[in-house]
Write a protein that binds this ligand. Structure first.
Ligand SMILES: *Cc1c(COP(=O)(O)O)cnc(C)c1O
Length: 408
């Protein structure tokens, strides 16, 4: 467990002068994803660091956005909480896929990506002195928005797998229970989980739910990868567990679900009492977001089940391609049940420090990956793990594996 004042790792990259930046945001000056992408492009490395697809989503969705620009219907401020058609589509999607009934009138807000939904939730629901629990490693945005809110981050490490066991990361329910204090206000959960690729089991979600109910906490559920689950895995929104809907904000991402990460359309849904708080904050952040893209994402959410099945089957193939290749090179590859990512343990290759390993990899081998320790307060526990994205064309994955073959 660690708190905000923990010194985050410095990777030695040049930083601009930050004297003008408010002190509470100084630890968040850069993101590992941006840094690694910048180095990958400067060095001509194959970028398996940042998770963005290199093939666009459905052409029919592009056509809708293009038409909304051409016919003028999308070019002025859309309604404050989102296009009614998109709010309806979110409500229909939650009902159709998960049996969740949300009000498109008062239980949905459209945001500038899942990012703004997460920021609005934290800024609107927690304040100075409140504690927010995150399961680490975690998507780095959480730490920054908790700091923006003046709240305190309390990280609970996931349990790491036994080396060689073939299993993955798991929730440490005891550590979660111990982390809760009188000041705890919110737990942020993210399943499917970035960076590890784990998907919380129903039992693990129930353990989070039990803690939230027992201590009357809000759960902020980042489900950006809800449609990126593989094999027999199903995505379970924590809001579907008994007693959870009224205390849960569920966040989705049009970028992740439809492979248009540059459009930045996201949403939050949940009980009107919580969504009303998000709406207030969000209207003072970006106010509204891209009208033409909202129209397109509404159609995306209504795509037939087959679309989502094909999408996940295609990604699962690429996960297998990369996992098999990395395993063949000697890495221990953790199972990835969801997301764009696979995590490896680098110790079988004789390395133990993922940050140093990734630094060397991008410079000397020409492949970018992300050290998991950069996404954790407890850097030592997560030091031997490295995250790779497989949301790239097979030839790009093959090119990365070819370069990696030289490290054996
Ligand atoms: C990409 C990502 C987001 C942000 O999604 P946007 O829609 O691009 O804002 C949020 N959470 C996780 C875990 C992500 O990986």
């Amino acid at each position: 467990m660690a708190r905000n004042d923990v010194h985050r790792q410095d990777y030695g990259y040049p930083m601009t002068d930050l004297d003008a930046l408010v002190p509470r945001m100084r630890p968040y000056a850069t993101t590992i994803f941006g840094e690694m992408s910048a180095r990958a492009s400067a060095l001509g490395a194959v970028n398996l660091g940042q998770g963005f697809p290199d093939v666009d989503g459905p052409a029919e969705l592009k056509d809708i956005a293009i038409a909304a620009i051409a016919d003028g219907s999308g070019n002025q401020y859309p309604p404050a909480h989102g296009l009614p058609d998109l709010r309806n589509a979110v409500a229909e999607h939650q009902q159709h896929h998960y049996g969740l009934t949300v009000s498109s009138e008062s239980g949905v807000v459209v945001t500038t990506g899942a990012s703004e939904a997460l920021a609005s939730a934290v800024l609107g629901l927690v304040g100075a002195g409140d504690e927010v629990i995150v399961l680490e490693p975690f998507f780095d945005l959480y730490a920054a928005i908790i700091a923006l809110a003046g709240a305190t981050r309390v990280s609970v490490p996931l349990r790491v797998p036994e080396p060689g066991s073939g299993s993955g990361f798991t929730l440490d329910a005891d550590a979660l229970a111990q982390a809760i204090t009188q000041r705890t206000k919110m737990i942020i959960v993210n399943s499917p989980h970035n960076p590890t690729g784990m998907v919380l089991t129903r039992r693990e979600l129930q353990q989070v739910a039990d803690a939230a109910i027992r201590h009357n906490l809000i759960v902020l559920s980042d489900e950006a990868y809800e449609h990126l689950v593989y094999d027999e895995t199903t995505h379970i929104p924590i809001a579907t567990l008994p007693g959870m809907f009224d205390r849960t904000i569920t966040v989705g991402s049009g970028g992740k679900s439809f492979s248009f990460t540059g459009w930045k359309i996201g949403w939050a849904s949940g009980p009107p009492a919580l969504i009303a708080a998000l709406r207030v904050v969000r209207q003072h952040l970006s106010y509204v977001s891209g009208g033409p893209f909202q129209a397109a994402i509404a159609a995306g959410l209504r795509l037939p089940d087959q679309f989502f099945a094909d999408f996940s089957a295609g990604l699962a193939q690429r996960r297998d391609l990369l996992s098999k290749g990395l395993r063949g090179l000697g890495f221990e590859v953790m199972p990835s049940a969801g997301t764009y990512f696979v995590t490896t343990d680098i110790r079988p290759l004789g390395h133990s420090d993922g940050a140093a390993f990734c630094d060397w990899l991008v410079t000397d081998v020409g492949v970018a990956a992300i050290p998991i320790s950069a996404l954790a307060d407890d850097a030592a526990t997560f030091a031997p793990y490295v995250r790779w994205t497989f949301c790239k064309r097979p030839e790009v994955l093959a090119a990365a594996l070819e370069r990696l073959a030289t490290i054996r």
